[in-house]
Design a protein around this ligand. Structure first.
Ligand code: OSB
Ligand code: MG
Length: 375
């Protein structure tokens, strides 16, 4: 796999509706797309960092810097045996998993195309249809949330996740649970609470939630272990799990009973598969998290979700929930029973709408084998 060209683009995409989490309201995504050409084959990856460092420490701009000044110059012109070599090659760059993932995943797309098989098969996927849930932002009042839940259930989604924060938690969950006593229901706090809130969080036990996702510090596995010992509901870690060692630590400390795997957060498909393998081995169910991705990131998420350990519905939902027009063809559709079928085409299995990407681009930069940097 000789890397001939790397192109980095920033596109802006406005969400159909604002998405509120405990760390703020997201109305527009500033997404970085990575296009790599190796042996004449083109592959795509997406960098899922938010524009502010409020989910984790990366941002769209830190990722632009790290890819531009370190990753792309390291990769361009190199001859690799496969995409799985990338983490080793980039190990001298500390952290910045989301930036690395965008580049590595483009190479996975290429490798699958070179083998003439779908990416999900190359990764070792075992199911052709994945189970889907939705993540619902914080809303003004419980009534409008209940209406939204009803609408998503009508679309077929198999699990509903509610974003919560202090002051917008118990009443909202109670209203939804009252209306829908039997659905798979979970909550995600994005690190909005502290261990002193243990008693308060324990009040969620009565709602028979599937899980409480990342209630405590974004980098604090230990406190989650203390909390899990005090409440019945399963904790799920998102922000805390950045690599296989974090997964080992969290499972050994009993800090969680479920893990959310996000491709960007763990540095790409190689890291994701390692985290998945550890969880499968230790009997910890995993599911695929989302970062309000464009179709390219979404297609990578679908491929990953076909691995055997992904036994819970993920935050992978239809393109049309997020965008008036997605950048891939066909768009991602969800069946009436809340599933997505993995594409049978080679690589990602979706075509990138290049003219649309061009129209949405606000900056781009490329690196080629002969001329390492050109603006
Ligand atoms: O914590 O899972 C999260 C979106 C942005 C940042 C963090 C999270 C989320 C979501 C949305 O929950 C999931 C999606 O629909 O893509
Ligand atoms: Mg989360």
């Amino acid at each position: 796999m000789k890397i001939e060209k790397v192109t980095l683009r920033e596109i802006r995409m406005r969400l159909k509706a604002p998405f509120e989490t405990s760390f703020g309201v997201i109305e527009e995504r500033r997404i970085l797309l990575v296009e790599v050409i190796a042996d004449g084959v083109r592959g795509w990856g997406e960098i899922t960092a938010m524009q502010s460092p409020s989910y984790n420490s990366e941002t769209t701009d830190t990722a632009w810097h790290i890819v531009s000044d370190f990753i792309a110059p390291t990769m361009t012109g190199r001859d690799l045996s496969g995409a799985a070599e990338v983490p080793g090659l980039l190990s001298g760059i500390r952290g910045h998993y989301m930036a690395k993932a965008g580049v590595e995943n483009a190479l996975w797309d290429i490798e699958a195309q070179q083998n003439g098989i779908p990416l999900w098969k190359l990764l070792g996927g075992t199911r052709e249809e994945i189970a889907c849930g939705v993540s619902l932002g914080i809303r003004e009042n419980a009534e409008s949330l209940v209406k939204k839940v009803e609408q998503e259930l009508r679309c077929g989604y198999q699990r509903i996740k509610l974003k919560i924060k202090p002051g917008k938690d118990l009443d909202f969950v109670a209203a939804v649970r009252d209306q829908f006593p039997h659905i798979l229901l979970s909550v995600d706090a994005n690190s909005a609470y502290s261990l002193e809130d243990a008693e308060h969080l324990g009040k969620l036990d009565r709602f028979e939630l599937l899980m409480i996702e990342q209630p405590l510090g974004w980098d604090d596995i230990y406190s989650h272990a203390r909390l899990q010992a005090q409440i019945r509901t399963a904790l799920c870690l998102d922000e805390c799990i950045n690599n296989p060692r974090d997964a080992e630590t969290a499972i050994s400390l009993r800090a969680c009973k479920i893990i959310n795997i996000k491709l960007g957060r763990v540095g790409g498909h190689t890291g994701a598969r390692r985290v998945h393998d550890i969880c499968l081995d230790r009997g910890v169910p995993v599911w695929c998290g989302g970062m309000l991705e464009s179709g390219i990131g979404r297609a990578h998420n679908i491929a990953m979700s076909t691995l055997p350990g992904f036994t819970l519905p993920g935050d992978v939902s239809a393109s049309s929930r997020y965008w008036s027009e997605d950048i891939i063809e066909p768009e991602v559709d969800v069946s009436p029973h809340g599933t997505i079928c993995a594409s049978a085409g080679p690589g990602l299995g979706y075509a990138v709408k290049r003219e649309l990407v061009d129209r949405l681009s606000v900056r781009s930069r490329n690196w080629t084998d002969s001329v390492k940097v050109s603006v």
